[in-house]
Structure formats: structure tokens, C-alpha cells
Design a protein around this ligand. Structure first.
Ligand code: URP
Ligand code: ZN
Length: 460
């Protein structure tokens, strides 16, 4: 059993060359020019195409009870969509609410994925409360192969922790060598501003960003950085959206705080005017932190280029427009937050980042695969192309031309914020641990082939 990928242009975070890749069972075993195909082995002709390491989305929601409803995807629909879009590993936020038992939550999230996912997966374990019992359970969850926590400074009462819990979580993380991913927005400021806006009759989706301006996010980042500085814990800021927040992260880094920054494909390509679209159309674009003024886009692209921003994720969060976003028709605070984009991240990043010259091919691979693998203890098994690595490969056709549409996407949601957007290039063949799961841009994989990736703290 195996596969030979011939004549492709291999691109990793640091190298670019033409060679053949021999994959035996689940692993890359040999890379060279002119490898003769072993008898009976499938050969994929990648001439004229790039071969990238399988992409990693380090921030997705698939199973998510949230704001009175449930996100629409299952591991079946989401993993299929991920693979068609070139993403071979998902890191989902395991997010039991404050009322739930943490270990039971972990087991519930696992049960949604095991035996169903077509791509590999792991979780960030959300810490939505912190007491003696939770601490014991977190230690057990780390033993079971989780090496990252998630904390929310927003969403008090559901996922959010108070400062004592934040401090204790970071101290535990430091002790265990676990990295803490964090949603950074000041909840009190949001709640007060929401009340003021609603009292003034401002109820439409365009008010969402008024309730959470950049200063709210920058305060959240500053807050987390203070706690990380005093505990020595390593932090990863999820979905950073704006210049003010990035400045706080950079300032902390300069004082010695170990912090990585993730932005999202949505912040790189969309802006707050989308959420101001009339007739409730703006609800499709409501997420937190909100879409920002367009002037933030070059800051984020340049941040990627210059290594100030490490990763690009999706925070994929699929809620239907017609039946779920509509819950906030008369009150923007009730619109389920999230913009689905799992399937489109790589094609958008390539088309609107690489093709426009904003980032080069190595930065593209680095921020969409390699950095996430390094930060979350998956490297070099994932995130690169070298003998011994998992045979997760994306044969990418740069000559493909197409358009994004909800009519053709694999995710289980009734709209796309990228409807009609052009893409230049797409994955034509994708493998997960040596199995072809996408051929000619179509899913041909098996649900259940995806494995839970056990991770140990102490990364690269
Ligand atoms: O709007 C968002 N981001 N929805 C998902 C929950 C979260 O904040 O990550
Ligand atoms: Zn999220």
C-alpha cells in the first residue's frame, strides 16, 4: 500500500524544489528525483502543480452549543469540507459551558469526532471554570493527549472565566507546559455598551461592532498579557482582528512574554461595512471580535509577512442565516456569532494573499500549516514534507479557476459570505496519512479514517 507523487514542486515553510514523494503506509518514506514506482503502487502526476504539507486549521468549532442553538456542522460535513479545501488536520475548541463537567465535556466532544471524521483532529480544552475538581480533570485530560487550553475573557456566564480562574489556569498551564489559547475581549465593556446601544434603539447587526470596538479587544489582550507575564505561561491569542490588539501583543513580546498571534481569513478579506448591509443581510457577518475597518487588513497581512502574526485560522462557526442568525432580528446581541469559512481558507489565502503578492509561498505554508504544527506539538509529524512525517499532502493546481458558492460548498450552512468570490488555484489531490481523500477536487475519502492526534506538552 502506498502512493508516489511525481514531479510536483514541493513547497514547505523553508524550501522549494521539484522532486517525487514516496509514501508507504501512512508515512513519507523517501523524497528524490526520478523515484521508480514500486510495482502496483498508485502514481499521482503532479507536474505543473505545487505539493504542500497538509494544512492545519488551529481554530474551528464543529460541535458547539452556543447562544441558544447549535452550530450546524458535524464531523462528517466539516471534515469533508476541510479536506476539499486542503485542510488535513483540525484543532477544535472543546467548549463545555461553565455549568458542565469538564471531563464529561471532553468525552462528549471526542465522541462527536471519533469514527466520524475523515481528517485528523485534536482539541484545545476550554477551561470555563476553575476549581479543585476541574483542576484534577484538566490534569487527566492532558494525560489523555491534550496540550493546549482555551480560555474566554468574553461570554461571561457561558464560557468566560473570572480573574482568579484565569490566574489559576495559567499557573496550571505553566506547571504542565501547556499553551493557553485565549479569546481576548473585555466582557464588562461589551455588556455595558450593548445595553446602551439597545436602550437607544440601535438593534441592527451593524451595531455589533459598535459594542466591541478595537479598544475592547486591545484591553483583553493587555489583560491576558499581564497574567501571562506574571505566571510565565505561554499564550496564543486567537482571532486577533486589529492593529490596537496586535500592538499590545507585540509590546508584551518585547517584555519577554511568550505569545503567538492568530488572525483569521475573514479579517484579512472582509471589513465591518459587510455587517452594515441592509435588510438584516449584515447578520451573516456577525462574529466576535467583529470585522474591523479595512485599514486593519494591511496591518494583518504585513504582520504575517514580517512574522508578527503567526497563524491564519477560520474560527469556523456555522449558523444558518434563515433559521439561526434570524434569532437576532430585533436585537443584534442575540445573533449567533460566527462566520463559516473552513472550506475556503486555503484557496482565499492563496488567491488574495500569494497571488496578490501580500505574502510569499513559504509564508503561506508557514501560517496555514507549519506554525500551527510547531505551536501545538504536532511538528514534524504534521506541518512539513520530510521522510518520517505523516503523508498528509496537498497537490495544488495553480491553474484552476473557480468561484465560491453556498450552492456547491460541503459545509452544512445555507450561505457563504464569499458567495461569487473568484479563486485562483485549489487542491486537486489531497492525502491523509497516505490515503487519497480528494481527487480532482472532489471528496473520495472515508468518514472514520481521521485519527485523534495525541499531543504531549513541550513543543518544538
Ligand atoms: O464569533 C465567533 N468567533 N464565534 C465563535 C465563538 C468564539 O468566539 O470563538
Ligand atoms: Zn472560536
Amino acid at each position: 500500500m502506498g502512493i508516489l507523487i511525481k514531479n510536483g514542486e514541493i513547497v514547505t515553510a523553508s524550501e522549494r524544489y521539484i522532486a517525487d514523494i514516496l509514501c508507504e503506509r501512512e508515512t513519507i518514506t523517501h523524497i528524490d528525483r526520478d523515484i521508480a514506482p514500486p510495482k502496483g503502487m498508485e502514481v499521482v502526476d503532479a507536474k505543473g502543480k505545487f505539493v504542500f504539507p497538509g494544512f492545519i486549521d488551529p481554530h474551528v468549532h464543529i460541535y458547539l452549543p452556543f447562544m441558544g442553538t447549535y452550530a450546524k456542522d458535524t464531523y462528517k460535513t466539516a471534515s469533508q469540507a476541510a479536506l476539499v479545501g486542503g485542510t488535513t488536520t483540525l484543532i477544535e475548541m472543546c467548549a463545555p459551558s461553565r455549568k458542565d463537567d469538564t471531563l464529561a465535556g471532553f468525552e462528549l466532544w471526542m465522541s462527536q469526532a471519533v469514527g466520524k471524521s475523515a481528517c485528523d483532529f485534536t482539541f484545545h480544552m476550554s477551561v470555563t471554570k476553575f476549581d479543585d475538581q476541574t483542576e484534577k480533570q484538566l490534569r487527566e485530560i492532558v494525560k489523555r493527549g491534550i496540550s493546549s487550553f482555551k480560555i474566554y475573557l468574553a461570554y461571561k456566564g457561558a464560557f468566560g472565566v473570572d480573574d482568579t480562574e484565569l490566574y489559576r489556569t495559567l499557573k496550571l498551564a505553566k506547571e504542565l507546559g501547556v499553551i493557553v489559547t485565549a479569546h481576548c475581549e473585555n466582557e464588562t465593556l461589551i455588556a455595558e455598551r450593548q445595553k446602551e446601544l439597545l436602550a437607544a434603539g440601535k438593534i441592527d447587526p451593524g451595531q455589533h461592532h459598535e459594542s466591541r470596538p478595537p479598544a475592547v479587544e486591545a484591553e483583553g489582550v493587555h489583560h491576558l498579557m499581564t497574567f501571562a507575564e506574571l505566571t510565565g505561561a505561554e499564550a496564543y491569542i486567537v482571532h486577533l482582528s486589529c492593529k490596537e490588539a496586535l500592538e499590545q501583543a507585540i509590546a508584551a513580546r518585547q517584555r519577554g512574554v511568550r505569545v503567538s498571534v492568530e488572525t483569521l481569513i475573514q479579517y484579512l478579506t472582509l471589513d465591518k461595512t459587510c455587517a452594515e448591509k441592509p435588510e438584516f443581510e449584515g447578520a451573516k457577518y456577525v462574529m466576535s471580535p467583529p470585522l474591523r475597518d479595512k485599514s486593519n487588513q494591511p496591518v494583518l497581512w504585513n504582520g504575517l509577512r514580517d512574522g508578527l502574526v503567526q497563524t491564519v485560522a477560520t474560527d469556523h462557526c456555522p449558523f444558518d442565516f434563515k433559521t439561526q442568525k434570524v434569532m437576532g432580528k430585533n436585537d443584534f446581541t442575540k445573533i449567533p456569532n460566527g462566520i463559516p469559512s473552513l472550506e475556503d481558507r486555503i484557496n482565499l489565502l492563496y488567491t488574495y494573499g500569494v497571488k496578490t503578492g501580500k505574502i510569499d509561498l513559504h509564508t503561506f505554508v508557514n501560517c496555514a500549516s507549519t506554525q500551527a504544527a510547531k505551536t501545538f506539538d504536532l511538528f514534524p509529524r504534521k506541518g512539513t514534507i520530510q521522510p518520517g512525517a505523516d503523508a498528509d499532502l496537498v497537490v495544488f493546481d495553480p491553474n484552476y479557476r473557480g468561484k465560491i458558492s453556498a450552492k456547491t460548498h460541503q459545509i452544512n450552512v445555507d450561505y457563504s459570505v464569499f458567495e461569487g468570490w473568484k479563486i485562483e488555484g485549489r487542491p486537486s489531490v489531497v492525502t491523509v496519512r497516505g490515503q487519497v481523500v480528494v481527487r480532482n477536487g472532489k471528496f473520495v475519502g472515508k468518514h472514520g479514517h481521521g485519527k485523534f492526534l495525541e499531543r504531549k506538552p513541550g513543543h518544538f
